[in-house]
Design a protein around this ligand. Structure first.
Ligand code: SF4
Length: 366
């Protein structure tokens, strides 16, 4: 493939949320060394591929300051061939960047902001152990981003939170909708082993309630003009995240930073997850070659999460297999049951199929 994308990992956060198992820490003592090492690696990277999207994730990129983010972006823009209209996103959390910082970022080239709002209920923020911001901080961040000129904003929402009810979720949805984002991501809370929230053993809404919450989100966002283009992602027409679509469609990408992954063809590279090792610059990447079966399973899993589904011609070209023949039994089961739609060109899950997608995907890949 002659194009790629860039991911930059910024592993710092104002405080650690109770449910978080991402590679992030509130200890910023290494931040300057980290930014230098990132810039060094970015400048040393050579590729002929043009870059279609750039994504700063974390962690909380904005926590290290807009000026540092702009320095890193500048190194990328001057070292790579950047496609016209390149989508350049930074994740931001409320209370970590002000209007001046946002203006600086916009001027430097960032054109999309992804803000972790999660809920409009203070008690739910507390239940999540998300103590670094309030609901009002979230609204302020979005207003400031608009004023700074951002015309493409994603807001993250969570459901399945301890204590959350259909009514409180509805309040969060209204709150998010009145901020008029172009894109909304809605993820169910997962209790990851080892996190403080996991250890607290909180009472979560049961599976049926959580499934009803997902249905509630779908219905409300659809009624407000958002298309669900991936199981957890909704966008106004034309605002689907190009960067995330690349991951889901199996395209190449280059990752910079702690524990960042890259994919080139069938080879995955993993940078060290250990800060000392990363900063030493001496730790070689872990290299993993994906076998055909693994690539195929991943392709099916990711494509069945997309509303466009599996493109049969593309599948044949990639894996030299006929999708209809190989999955004849599964296709019949799920189309007969109304859970999927099978056309000459593609196979995708219907609205009812989306609600039981885990079961269907498992049936295809195991
Ligand atoms: S803001 Fe995100 S990355 Fe940072 S601690 Fe919270 S969940 Fe983890």
């Amino acid at each position: 493939m002659n194009d790629t994308a860039i991911y930059v990992h910024v592993p710092y956060c104002k405080s650690k949320c109770g449910y978080c198992d991402f590679c992030s820490s509130p200890d910023v003592s290494t931040v300057d060394a980290y930014v230098s090492e990132l810039i060094h690696r970015i400048k040393a990277y050579k590729t002929e591929q043009s870059v279609k999207s750039i994504y700063f994730g974390g962690g909380t990129p904005t926590y290290i300051g807009a000026d540092r983010l702009c320095l890193i972006l500048d190194a990328i823009l001057s070292n790579f061939s950047i496609s016209n209209g390149c989508e350049i996103t930074a994740e931001a959390n409320p209370g970590t960047v002000d209007i001046n910082g946002l203006k600086l970022m916009k001027k430097a080239g960032f054109n999309r902001l992804s803000a972790g709002i999660q809920t409009a209920n203070e008690s739910e923020l507390k239940a999540l152990g998300r103590v670094s911001h309030t609901v009002t901080d979230g609204a302020r961040l979005v207003r400031n981003a608009r004023e700074a000129g951002f015309e493409n904003i994603n807001l993250d929402l969570m459901y399945g939170i301890p204590g959350q009810t259909p009514e409180s979720l509805d309040h969060s949805l209204d709150f998010v909708l009145q901020l008029k984002p172009e894109h909304i991501s809605a993820y169910a809370l997962k209790l990851e082993e080892g996190t403080p929230l996991y250890k607290q053993k909180p009472v979560l809404p049961d599976d049926d309630t959580t499934a009803d919450m997902y249905a509630q989100i779908n219905a409300k966002l659809k009624a407000n003009g958002y298309n669900r283009y991936e199981i957890s992602n909704f966008a106004k027409p034309g605002y689907e995240s190009r960067h995330n679509l690349r991951y889901w469609q199996g395209g190449d990408y280059i990752g910079f930073g702690l524990a960042a992954a890259s994919l080139t063809g069938n080879t995955r590279y993993l940078q060290s997850p250990d800060m000392k090792e990363f900063l030493s610059g001496n730790a070689p990447d872990v290299v993993e070659t994906l076998d055909a079966a693994g690539r195929e399973a991943e392709y099916i899993m990711l494509h069945l999460r997309l509303s466009s589904g599996v493109d049969k011609d593309e599948y044949k070209e990639k894996f030299k297999l006929d999708f209809d023949k190989k999955f004849e039994k599964q296709i019949k089961t799920y189309t007969d049951g109304g859970f999927a739609v099978n056309t000459d060109k593609s196979f995708y899950l219907s609205d009812s199929g989306i609600f039981v997608s885990n079961t269907i995907i498992t049936d295809f890949i195991y």
